[in-house]
Design a protein around this ligand. Sequence first.
Ligand SMILES: Nc1ncnc2c1ncn2[C@@H]1O[C@H](COP(=O)(O)OP(=O)(O)OP(=O)(O)O)[C@@H](O)[C@H]1O
Length: 306
Amino acid sequence: MPPVIEVRNLHKRYDDKVAVDDVSLTVQEGEIFGILGPNGAGKTTTVECVEGLRTPDRGEIRVLGLDPLRGRAELTRRLGVQLQAGHLPERLQVAEALELYSSFYPEPADWRALLDGLGLAEKAKTRYAKLSGGQKQRLSIALALVGNPRVAILDELTTGLDPQARRDTWDLIEGVRSRGVTIVLVTHFMEEAERLCDRLALIDAGRVVTVDTPAGLTERARAGQRIRFRPSRPLDERLLTSLPDVSAVTRRGELVIVDGNDDALNAVTTVLARNGIVAEQLRVEQASLEDAFVQLTGKRLDADPR
Ligand SMILES: Nc1ncnc2c1ncn2[C@@H]1O[C@H](COP(=O)(O)OP(=O)(O)OP(=O)(O)O)[C@@H](O)[C@H]1O
């Protein structure tokens, strides 16, 4: 089966600023494909080129076999795009907006069910200007999905939503995926990426660092262990730093944090026991997607790009 989205060697600059240096990626039918990266990495520019909203300087893009610029009219009917808040007339009611958007598509979704799924049902008669930021965000998701698209591109899906609304939105997106819709998700949230995405592209400085499943990425980062505990009595750090399995020891208040290889836990608990020290509140941490990102790019996801 041909991929739903294919991007090859995309390059896009704004004046002298290279936003996308060299991005290639392939999205298969029915998957939720995440694009994860720090601010300014080039995520939005990449998806705007895929949506046909920007003209690449170089590279090739196909969406459902179409060139996003030349096939724009055809693609608009089959592609759902979440636009940023603030693009609707202030006096337009929620229901009117959805009716209007439904009329653009040959086989629209049931917008009332969408509103229900997004917890917006009782806001159907509310004017756009009177919605909170989170409600506007949810409306933008409903508008992206109202055309029953085969592919949906959601940029910062749940930014600005409270934790409950975020979880409800994730449930809704999983429901959309189970109907076979292919979804591209641009996100900053590790938990969102881990929960929803089948595969993830890590993007940094306009380039794809790697593409893998969330589990594959964390697996790669699990080079060693991080152990946290509170010693039952004062601890001479040299007891730990002298262990060959330990690479670093840091203190945070009364907490001791030990980084080491896969045998570090064994070595640390043995040396503590030998010295009559109990490791209270002992925790061994698993590597996270965030750790994978830091290892692969040398940056934190929330790092300032400049
Ligand atoms: N219209 C524009 N004109 C000039 N520079 C731009 C424009 N849009 C984006 N940029 C710059 O291009 C780079 C990539 O921006 P882009 O919005 O694609 O990144 P992003 O990964 O989506 O970031 P964020 O997570 O902050 O939205 C950034 O340095 C940004 O400042």
